[in-house]
Every structure is written in C-alpha cells, then in structure tokens.
Design a protein around this ligand. Structure first.
Ligand code: ZN
Length: 84
C-alpha cells in the first residue's frame, strides 16, 4: 500500500535501535489559523523513540481532508495550556 519497506524498518533517528510499527495516530493541522485534528491516521511509529513516518499518500490525503473542510465526524473541546 505504501512505499515503506515493511513493518520492521529500522528507525532513522541516529542512535535509536527501535523499529517502526504500523500504528494509527492523531495528527493536527493549522490551516489558516484554525485547529484541525485528524484521528486514525495510518503511520509508522518507532517503538522506542516514537518517531513518526507518514507515507506521501497519507500526507496528501490529510491535505485534501483539511482543504475540503467538510463537517467534522466528531468535535472536541480545545484548551489553552497557559490559561490553566
Ligand atoms: Zn526510534
């Protein structure tokens, strides 16, 4: 499906012995100052340092989702850290 070289690809972070695993992650984007959250984004995540790899197709799809800006599937409250 992606051009990644498989689920056991070695981490690209220097000195990290971890391997990337298929995970579903949450990604945020800030188009034009808005905050957009996309859930269940397929990604490769290092089992040790948590480094994230996104396939080019995944990045493109997220850009489409943000650009199309349809009604969200779910809504969540957003808190400003500095105010608490
Ligand atoms: Zn790593």
């Amino acid at each position: 499906m992606t051009e990644c070289s498989g689920p056991s690809m070695k981490c690209t972070i220097v000195g990290c012995a971890g391997k990337y695993e298929d995970k579903k992650i949450i990604q945020t984007a800030r188009p034009a100052g808005r905050l957009v959250v996309i859930e269940n984004v397929p990604a490769e995540v290092c089992s040790i340092c948590g480094d994230i790899l996104l396939a080019p197709d995944t990045v493109r799809r997220m850009e489409e989702i943000v650009r199309e800006a349809r009604e969200p599937d779910r809504m969540a409250p957003v808190y400003e850290y500095a105010r608490w």
